[in-house]
Structure formats: structure tokens, C-alpha cells
Design a protein around this ligand. Structure first.
Ligand code: RUB
Length: 316
């Protein structure tokens, strides 16, 4: 859809696609800011024109990265609240919906953090993969409770989001040991817990998260190290209730190998999936703002919060 959207919608979409804005919760937050800018600046003359503009903006934002369900969930939240008989009423309800979504996101993360922190004892060591604001909320809450926490941080190739996690942990005065991804098995012996985030949680309790999560979960199960997923309910994918599957984003091969290196090797295939799926049997708990759940029971929470989803609100 090449028609005009507000510049901040185009810019946000670009930043999400390029991963300047990344992580499921942060993407959702940014998407609602962009919809809000679109609504505030709209010059639509009729309610129909306004609605068609805002749906177009939503589709542009959706057409960036396919895996994190927090993105469609955030757009659905705002679009379902955009109602009224006049352009002004539509505008105000869209802006209010976007602001309300972000308030919910913030308070959910704080509530989730307090619950996740209860799993941690003073002196525990946690192993981290990628960078998750939901996970960091748990560690921040544990630190605020005065618990001392140790950290082993996986680098997380190819984009090295582990560096972001390491920095954020240092800001919380947590001592950090950074390791390459392949060293996780060895260092699991020193870890009391594995904490990871989620991009999507499916109806059967599978967790879609950064590539490498599944391998880590299987190894953690072999050592009986608890595998904890910190995921606020905006990560629950309601379309999986009706049998839809989550699309795993495939990213550019140049994140994995430089052009010159590749040419030196000769003709090979390079694949770069950004996410993988960890089945519920390898997960001990999904920590949400509504409490912690065994993964197999998450479907009941999903039904309660989302019900059955019909037509998507951004469709024309
Ligand atoms: C980020 C990632 C994070 C989840 C959860 O992948 O897999 O674990 O998005 O993050 P990418 P949060 O860097 O490719 O976006 O808890 O902040 O929502």
C-alpha cells in the first residue's frame, strides 16, 4: 500500500524493520505512538476517510516484522477503541486508546516484574539470552527487594543483543559474565535459573523467542535448571486459538556472514531465522502480570483475555 501515511508512521515502520526499535514490548509501544501521531495530525474530512487512514497506518506498521504478536495486539487494541460519529470523536478515542495501551503495558510490566522477582533468592545466578524488557523488570524488582543477583549473559548471535542486557544489568549493579552462545551448556552448571522473554506465546503454551532459545531450554531441562519465560499478556497470540501458526522472520544473510567471506567460501546457502519455537515441555513457568502459569494452562488465560477473534480491525 503506497498511499501516504503520517511521516512518523513511515519512520517508525522503518525503524522496526531495521531493528532500531526492537524487542516485542518496545515495538508495541512505538506502534501505538505512531498511530497516535497519525490520528492527531489527520486532516480527514469525513469519519470514513479518518478510519481508512488509520487502518492504512496500522497495515504499514504491521508490514515490518512478522513474529512479535505484541505488534498486531497493540494495533488491535487501539483500532477497537477508535469509535465515534465525527472525525474529532474518532481522533480523540484513537489517541486515548493509544495512551491507555501504553499505560497498561507499563503497569503490566511492573506487576510481572514483582512476580518474577519472587522466584529469585538472594545470591542466585541467572542465565540470560537476548534482551527482554519483561525479563529486566524481574531483575530490577529483585534488586529493589535488596537481593543480590549474578548474571551469565549469552552474546546472542548474530545481532548481539546480549550486549544490551549486559549493560542494563551493570546499571542495576549486577556482576555480569558474558559468554559466546556455544558456551551456554557449560555455564548452565553455574546458573540457578534461565530467564528469557517472548515474542509470541501460542495456545498450546509454546514460546516463540530469539533464535537459540529452544536449544537453551532443552539443555536447561537436561540439567533441571528452571526455564522461566517472562511475557506480559500482550505476547499471547489469540490467532493460535483457531489454528493459525506464528511466522518466523527470516532476516538478511549479511547479519551472519560478510559478503567477502561468503565469496571466499564459494556457493553455499546461508539462513538467518530470527526466532525459534520452544515447546511447553521444556518450560517451567510463564510469568505474566496475571501471575505465573504452567505453559500448558496459558490457553485459559488467552481465552479469557482475547476470546475468539473475528475479522482483523485493520482490514478495509
Ligand atoms: C527480541 C527478543 C526478546 C522478546 C521479548 O528479538 O527475542 O526476547 O522480544 O522482549 P529482537 P520484551 O531483538 O529480534 O527484536 O520483553 O522487551 O518484549
Amino acid at each position: 500500500d503506497e498511499r501516504e501515511v503520517h511521516p512518523s508512521v513511515a519512520e517508525t515502520a522503518e525503524d522496526i524493520a531495521e531493528m532500531e526499535i526492537r524487542g516485542a514490548a518496545t515495538i508495541a509501544d512505538a506502534a501505538t505512538r505512531a498511530l497516535e501521531a497519525q490520528a492527531a495530525a489527520s486532516e480527514a474530512q469525513t469519519p470514513e476517510a479518518f478510519e481508512s487512514e488509520i487502518r492504512r497506518a496500522a497495515r504499514r506498521l504491521l508490514d515490518t516484522r512478522p513474529t512479535a504478536v505484541s505488534l498486531p495486539n497493540s494495533l488491535r487494541y487501539v483500532l477497537r477503541r477508535t469509535e465515534g460519529e465525527t472525525v474529532d470523536a474518532l481522533r480523540e478515542s484513537a489517541i486515548a486508546g493509544a495512551q491507555e495501551f501504553r499505560d497498561c503495558l507499563d503497569s503490566a510490566q511492573a506487576d510481572l516484574g514483582a512476580i518474577g522477582a519472587n522466584r529469585l533468592r538472594d545470591g542466585d545466578t541467572v542465565l540470560f539470552h537476548c534482551n527482554s524488557t519483561d525479563v529486566m523488570a524481574c531483575i530490577r524488582a529483585a534488586r529493589e527487594q535488596g537481593k543480590s543477583i549474578g548474571a551469565i549473559v549469552k552474546e546472542t548471535r548474530p545481532r548481539r543483543q546480549g550486549h544490551i542486557t549486559a549493560k542494563q544489568l551493570r546499571d542495576l549493579d549486577v556482576p555480569v559474565t558474558l559468554i559466546v552462545d556455544g558456551a551456554a551448556g557449560r555455564y548452565l552448571d553455574d546458573a540457578d535459573h534461565v530467564f528469557v522473554g517472548a515474542d509470541s506465546v501460542t495456545a498450546d503454551g509454546s514460546v516463540v523467542n530469539k533464535i537459540g532459545t529452544r536449544q537453551l531450554a532443552v539443555t536447561a531441562r537436561e540439567r533441571d535448571t528452571p526455564m522461566v519465560v517472562a511475557a506480559q499478556t500482550v505476547k499471547l497470540d489469540p490467532t493460535t486459538l483457531t489454528g493459525q501458526t506464528v511466522e518466523i522472520e527470516m532476516r538478511d544473510e549479511h547479519e551472519v556472514i560478510e559478503r567477502a567471506e561468503r565469496e571466499e567460501i564459494g556457493t553455499i546457502t546461508v539462513e538467518n531465522p530470527a526466532f525459534d519455537v520452544t515447546p511447553p515441555r521444556y518450560i517451567d513457568a510463564i510469568v505474566t502480570e496475571r501471575g505465573q502459569f504452567p505453559p500448558e494452562s496459558i490457553v485459559f488465560l488467552m481465552r479469557e483475555l482475547f476470546g475468539e477473534q473475528a475479522r482483523q480491525p485493520w482490514e478495509e
